[in-house]
Ligand binder design. Structure first.
Ligand code: GLU
Length: 464
């Protein structure tokens, strides 16, 4: 779709409830909001919807902010918090009551917040003197919105879905504030988005049923509603909702596993946006230049770990081997005699293993596994020729400081030639003795990284 130039300052927001860690779905919502704001030279805001005090925590706020920072999706202003805005919500509620769009309802709370069934408006038409008397007598009440009645359709626009329409009477008189005066989600979000000049509400489609209620509140105040953009939900591999509780999909768990933020951002951008490059790693800034919210597809994307691994591997290949070596040095075997190891071999081994690793913890595992001495299966028992003892002699003559893959390669080549050995016999023998498995990184590289004492110890093990 052709990008429509947006007049004025585009402001988007990400509004998580700090009741859990940031997960893949939430991070993708935050990213799309960020990209759309940046694409238009606008502002990206963060708001913590923490009115559910029992489940919200400052630790989760901090964790979400840390993850956003790590992803490079930084808000342009300090994060707002709904619990800091109680006075503003009270004022706005008073205003709605004054203009006749809200009324006190004395029905028991079970008919209140969260009821799927529209409220039967029992209290809406109570005469005003009676209502005032009951309030003054201390009877508990909540505040409800006086929703439009009748059967004509209520129409509201969505950027991706066009004009949406529902029956007016199906909206019902929903609750704006509970009997303790605290605002409901529907209400607080509208006041916040209005006060912060949010121009585009980009959020998961699970919020679509809330939108007519919010649109009604805007109209009651006479405020201009933002553009609604409901993006499809990211599904799990069995095509059901990804859950916050599933630790495997939290941004923090990927971060702890040593993923690069660029890999995550590049992958997240592909979840519903066909314009995102599939074969390159991009920063949020690059993506923003090409992003168009109108191009987001309505098909629910599936979180596909294999596809994400592909981005992880591309990003890992872009990392400097030297810096990875600094992080991974401790994973290489140390020579028992404390002799020096050659860094160029260790760097070369990292370069060998890197292309198949999606994250740093996978690289660490590959490095450690490369040096495991496994038990060879019976059929793979190294075929020990009569030359084996001489091979050991030839290798033991190498000075420990000259023990590196280049010298080892030359010595083995010379030995092979001198003895008229087939390459496979010699190298397979070495590989089985030194690692116990028939394939892996070049054996001379592994030997160089192992150091002379370790390698000779393995080569000579079990020899009488
Ligand atoms: N707090 C809501 C959530 O975490 C988001 C509400 C919104 O974006 O309007 O799902």
């Amino acid at each position: 779709m052709e990008s429509k130039e947006v007049p004025g300052i585009v402001s988007t927001r990400f509004a998580p409830s700090p009741t859990g860690l940031l997960h893949i779905g939430g991070a993708r919502t935050a990213l799309f909001n960020y990209l759309w704001a940046k694409r238009n030279g606008g502002r990206f805001l963060l708001r913590f919807e923490d009115t559910d005090r029992a489940r919200s925590s400052a630790e989760f706020e901090e964790a979400i902010l840390d993850d956003l920072r790590w992803l490079g999706i930084l808000p342009d202003e300090e994060a707002a918090r709904q619990t800091d805005r109680a006075a503003r919500y009270s004022d706005a509620l008073a205003e709605l009551c004054r203009i006749g769009s809200a009324y006190a309802c004395f029905c028991p709370p079970e008919e209140g917040v969260g009821t799927a069934r529209p409220h039967a408006d029992k209290c809406r038409f109570i005469p005003s003197e009676e209502r005032a008397r009951r309030i003054a007598s201390g009877e508990p009440f909540c505040l409800r919105f006086a929703a439009p009645q009748g059967d004509e359709p209520f129409v509201f626009p969505d950027r991706l879905r066009g004009e949406l329409s529902i029956k007016r009477s199906s909206i019902g008189d929903f609750v704006l504030a509970r009997s303790d005066g605290s605002p409901t989600y529907f209400f607080a979000v509208v006041v916040d988005d209005h006060d912060f000049d949010v121009t585009h509400v980009i959020r998961g489609e699970e919020h679509l049923p809330n939108t007519p209620k919010q649109e009604l509140i805007y109209r009651a105040f006479g405020w201009e509603a933002p553009e609604w953009v409901h993006i499809p939900m990211v599904l799990g591999s069995e095509r059901h909702k990804l859950s916050k509780r599933s630790g495997a999909v939290s941004v923090a768990s990927y971060r702890e596993d040593g993923w690069t933020p660029e890999a995550l951002v590049s992958y997240l951008a592909t979840l519903s946006w066909a314009g995102a490059p599939d074969d390159a790693i991009s920063g949020a800034g690059d993506l923003a230049r090409a992003f168009d919210i109108g191009d987001v597809s309505l098909d629910s994307p599936v979180h596909d770990q294999k596809r994400m691994d592909h981005f992880g591997r591309m990003a890992m290949r872009g990392l400097s081997v030297e810096s990875l070596l600094l992080e991974c040095r401790a994973l290489f075997p140390l020579p028992p005699d404390g002799g020096a190891l050659i860094d160029s071999d260790r760097a070369a081994l990292i370069g060998e293993l890197l292309p198949s690793c999606a994250c740093k913890s996978e690289l660490a595992r590959s490095i450690s596994e490369a040096f495991l001495l496994r038990d060879p299966g019976e059929e793979d028992e190294p075929a020990d020729g009569e030359w084996a003892r001489d091979l050991s002699g030839a290798l033991s003559s190498v000075a420990p400081e000259a023990w590196n893959s280049e010298n080892l390669k030359n010595i083995l080549r010379g030995f092979q030639k001198e003895r008229g050995l087939k390459g496979r016999a010699l190298y397979h023998f070495l590989r089985m003795k030194l690692t116990g498995v028939g394939q892996g990184a070049p054996i001379t590289l592994l030997m160089g990284c192992m150091g002379k004492t370790n390698a000779m110890g393995r080569l000579d093990a079990d020899r009488d």
